[in-house]
Design a protein around this ligand. Structure first.
Ligand SMILES: CC(C)(COP(=O)(O)OP(=O)(O)OC[C@H]1O[C@@H](n2cnc3c(N)ncnc32)[C@H](O)[C@@H]1OP(=O)(O)O)[C@@H](O)C(=O)NCCC(=O)NCCS
Length: 220
């Protein structure tokens, strides 16, 4: 099952102090992803000064880190503990039952001008539709919101390590674990027993997300 971490990587809980490092990792990891390019298009970059954008990103990640129901873990570079090279953010059961946890209502306020709100809302609507059809107002599941490993550190088992905690929680509770995978994620998660249940075309078909599930063993 997955690969074994080849170095001395350690998974640690991440608090608000991790927001900046996670922002940098997110940008490195997802910056060229077609979805992100539509939400943060190059031709709008000039509308928000770089420092202002980074400050907004840090604030908004900080809020998500501190949100009740979210649990976040990080892996740092063993030779530079200030550099976050991997992260995973989990949401506990019933997280989605609380409308305040919807990203749009969650106080990701002061959205900077460089964000294409129409593209972001299109993405959220595509996700909403697929989630509604799948979850049918049953919010009793674990959910993986974010998983990222810096490209310089991939294929060394870091993502597999980061997945352990959430998989164990879902297993212990006898609950399913859901996520929406990027195309690269969709290649990784089957190594941990996830199955694709729905492909969600997003951004006018520019990209697909795959809704995936891992069933607890006792329910298989
Ligand atoms: C997907 C991602 C998290 C995987 O991280 P990782 O630390 O490289 O993953 P692991 O080393 O734990 O991989 C475990 C196994 O998964 C499979 N796997 C991982 N990445 C893969 C890829 N790109 N293609 C095919 N299989 C892959 C392999 O079976 C691998 O075992 P192996 O290396 O012994 O062959 C990482 O590539 C990433 O951050 N990608 C960009 C962001 C992203 O898309 N995140 C997912 C969001 S849903």
């Amino acid at each position: 099952m997955g690969s074994v971490a080849r170095k001395d990587y350690k998974v640690e809980p991440a608090g608000a102090e991790a927001a900046e490092g996670m922002g940098i990792l997110g940008r490195r990891t997802f910056g060229n992803d077609p979805m992100q390019r539509r939400i943060f298009p190059k031709d709008r970059e000039h509308l928000t000064p770089r420092d202002e954008f980074k400050a907004w990103r840090t604030r908004s990640l900080g809020k998500r880190l501190m949100k009740e129901g979210n649990v976040t873990f990080k892996v740092v570079d063993p030779s530079d503990s200030t550099r976050i090279i991997g992260m995973a953010q989990w949401s506990r059961p019933y997280f989605f039952a609380n409308p305040e946890n919807d990203k749009r209502a969650a106080g990701e306020d002061e959205t900077p001008a460089c964000v294409d709100l129409e593209a972001r809302n299109q993405l959220m609507e595509a996700l909403d539709g697929a989630r509604k059809e799948t979850w049918r107002d049953d919010w009793n599941f674990w959910y993986l919101g974010t998983l990222a490993v810096d490209e310089d550190y991939r294929r060394q088992g870091i993502a597999t390590l980061l997945m352990e905690w959430g998989i164990q929680q879902a297993e212990k509770d006898g609950l399913p674990l859901y996520l929406e995978a990027t195309p690269m994620g969709a290649l990784f998660y089957p190594s941990l027993g996830f199955e694709a249940i729905k492909v969600i075309p997003v951004m006018d078909g520019a990209c697909d997300l795959t809704l995936m599930i891992k069933y607890p063993k006792k329910c298989e």
